[in-house]
Design a protein around this ligand. Structure first.
Ligand code: SF4
Length: 371
């Protein structure tokens, strides 16, 4: 899967209510972890990633129909279980004797995401975002970790996977370390070295907010898509959530990115559950009107961030809210001539952690039910 193929979206029109895959996926996204039944022998290795929600867990990627979901797994007892479906090579997720999903197939994610090398360069950061597991786990005194590869080491590592066809796109992100400029140069190096080797491969970049000329360099070196994250949609709590960053600068940078990369080639994370649904809806409208495709990320409250986040969590945060906001975004995207389905890199192409508008929710999947 990974860069998911265009498929007919009408196949589940006749599936009603909570049986719809979008409800099931939304519920799975809220599981803290899933216990692997002792009889389960996974066909691919688990991935242990440095980014994305619940990154302290091992993960597996499962697919059913054209949905993909990333599942935090453990051999310890958990709130749900993954079991094998009899003699066939598919699996089910069971929670309190209810089957949340069955017929799941495992897909490999050799470097973070299916079909995509999503490189996370630095596992430490000078910023201190309240939701981020990198921020809460690093100290300024730490040296480079043993798995902090250089840009050229990363390109050497992914080369055989590209040649075998197991990786079809590349994305680069990083904690900011030791500063913005050095991090930008490292991201740029991955882009430059990858583009020199693979003239046609899609390359996504996820830098910190930057001015237009800096974004022009990324584009001219071969990046094809870009993500600059809003994260917190509510300006009144933004300084508490994203200390050291500034929402107007992020929006200004997104505007410049659309000028450089094009309408519909820019995306931005909005975290659902950190601020009210109203502020998220208005940020969705604002981004879509600028040509930016929102990536709606359900907040994951974990042991690493609970103390700092608890007072900001929207009490309505849950699967139903994620579905409602994803439907809202699907409509806003269509109104502005945008789609999630053309992205070839980063989270919109992967879809493992989010209920993606126009992938998981969209025409034939319930968007028409919006008031
Ligand atoms: S959706 Fe994004 S963060 Fe989640 S696994 Fe996929 S690429 Fe990683």
């Amino acid at each position: 899967m990974g860069n998911r193929n265009e498929k007919d979206h009408g196949s589940d029109c006749d599936v009603q209510g909570r049986e719809r895959p979008m409800f099931r996926k939304a519920e799975i996204l809220f599981l803290d972890s899933v216990q692997l039944d002792p009889s389960v022998h996974l066909p691919h290795p688990m991935s242990r990633s440095r980014s994305g929600p619940r990154s302290s867990f091992n993960h597996i990627f499962m697919t059913w129909e054209d949905h993909v979901v990333r599942i935090p797994v453990s051999r310890e007892p958990a709130e749900a279980r993954l079991v094998k479906d009899g003699e066939v090579d598919t699996f089910s997720i069971i929670k309190e004797d209810e089957v949340l999903a069955s017929g799941l197939e495992m897909v490999e994610a050799p470097i973070h995401a299916p079909g995509q090398a999503f490189i996370s360069l630095r596992n430490r950061c000078i910023y201190d975002c309240a939701f981020c597991e990198i921020a809460s786990s690093c100290t300024p005194a730490e040296e480079d970790g043993p798995d902090d590869l250089t840009p050229s080491q990363w390109v050497e590592r992914i080369a055989p996977l590209v040649e075998e066809g197991r990786i079809r796109s590349i994305a680069v992100t990083s904690g900011v370390w030791p500063d913005d400029a050095a991090t930008f140069v490292e991201i740029l190096d991955v882009v430059r070295l990858s583009r020199a080797r693979w003239p046609n491969i899609p390359i996504g970049v996820e830098p910190n907010p930057a001015e237009g000329p800096v974004l022009d360099i990324l584009r001219s070196m071969g990046a094809t898509e870009i993500k600059i994250n809003v994260q917190c949609a509510d300006p009144s709590i933004y300084p508490d959530i994203c200390a050291g960053l500034d929402l107007p600068s992020v929006l200004h940078s997104l505007e410049a990115a659309v000028g450089t990369f094009g309408w519909g080639k820019v995306t931005s994370n909005i975290i659902i559950g950190l601020s009210s649904a109203d502020s998220i809806r208005s940020m969705i409208d604002r981004l879509c009107s600028m040509g930016v495709v929102p990536t709606l990320r359900p907040l994951a409250v974990t042991d690493a961030n609970r103390d700092r986040l608890e007072r900001f969590v929207d009490p309505d945060h849950g699967p139903e809210q994620v579905i409602e906001l994803s439907k809202y975004a699907a409509k806003a995207l269509e109104k502005n001539g945008l789609t999630t389905r053309k992205f070839r890199t980063m989270c919109l192409a992967c879809g493992g952690c989010d209920l993606v508008p126009l992938w998981d929710v969209g025409p034939g999947r319930g968007v028409e039910e919006l008031p």
